[in-house]
Design a binder for this molecule. Sequence first.
Ligand SMILES: [Zn+2]
Length: 78
Amino acid sequence: MGNYQICDFCGNLSERRSRKMCPSCEDAYFKIRSIAEVKPDMMVIDISRQTGISVSKIIAFAQKGFFILKEGTIEGLD
Ligand SMILES: [Zn+2]
């Protein structure tokens, strides 16, 4: 598969990238990140509602170390 990889988050095949995720998941990651930077107190459930990105995906990012979750909010960024 050389220049391709399976996305860790949605399973889509995409070109190999620095982060182990496809362009659409990377887009989701940056959306979440930009909200968490501006509104660190925003609950994950509200971030999900605002972005249309599922809570389970946000948690998956956290499990891979992209975010640190605490009491329903994003506590830290990588
Ligand atoms: Zn993906």
